[in-house]
Design a protein around this ligand. Structure first.
Ligand code: MN
Length: 231
């Protein structure tokens, strides 16, 4: 096989306890999956969540113990943080039943669904696609993936985000409207899921703007902390 030019490198994420990296296929995202965040965005909290995608090379993989650097993106004056549980799939499929869904999961990580909120808002007003607000370069920071075999239990875990040490977002994961199983089941009705897919499962309330020089620290009980500096 010859290519017209060298193909892009595989985007990959470190895996806790392994020197083998997780190769990224697609990045799916769930919007409005916590009622309080849906309300702060002007919705009732009882609508079904929405799905959107980011390109695989929007993943900004941060090594264990390191601080990733997120360049402040172009065109926006309102770059928002959204801390989220990321589900990493080790198997794929279509029309997955809720009861089978967790069998596809390779592991979990802390992620940030970075959002150019002003541009997303303009597109909402124009009933246009969200891509310019959501799918920009480096828009999907992610920390190391903890394989399910090394994880005790996420059922009682909390998710939180601090900016320069100040708490901005905090919630039990149990407040998700759609569980991980339900998200996988619904996504697999609309797309063929594949090994390497990442699913950002939605953010709790408290989203807000970040500035140059801010240090973002995303945490989920039992997972590696994600540290990102807005550079
Ligand atoms: Mn989000």
């Amino acid at each position: 096989m010859r290519y017209s030019f060298p193909p892009p490198p595989v985007v990959s994420v470190p895996v806790v306890g392994s020197d083998a990296r997780f190769p990224v296929h697609r990045i799916y995202c769930v919007g409005r999956n916590y009622a309080e965040h849906a309300k702060e965005m002007g919705h009732s909290g009882s609508e079904p969540p929405v799905f959107f995608l980011k390109p695989a090379d929007a993943a900004l993989a941060v090594e264990a113990g390191a601080t990733g650097e997120l360049p402040y993106p172009a065109l926006t004056r309102e770059l928002h943080h959204e801390v989220e549980l990321v589900v990493a799939l080790g198997q794929g499929g279509r029309d997955i039943a809720t009861g089978e869904a967790l069998g596809l999961v390779f592991g979990y990580a802390v992620g940030l669904d970075m959002t150019r909120r002003d541009l997303q808002g303009q597109m909402k007003e124009r009933r246009g696609p969200w891509d310019i607000g959501k799918a920009f370069d480096h828009a999907a920071p992610i920390g190391p993936i903890t394989p399910v075999a090394e994880l005790h239990d996420l059922a009682s875990a909390d998710i939180s985000l601090t900016v320069n040490g100040a708490l901005r977002q905090h919630s039990p994961l149990s407040q998700m409207i759609w569980s991980v199983s339900e998200v996988i089941a619904h996504l697999s009705a609309a797309w063929t899921l594949a090994p390497g897919d990442l699913i950002y499962t939605g953010t709790p309330a408290g989203v807000a703007a970040v500035q140059h020089g801010n240090l973002l620290e995303g945490r989920i009980t039992g997972l590696e902390t994600l540290r990102v500096l807005v550079a």
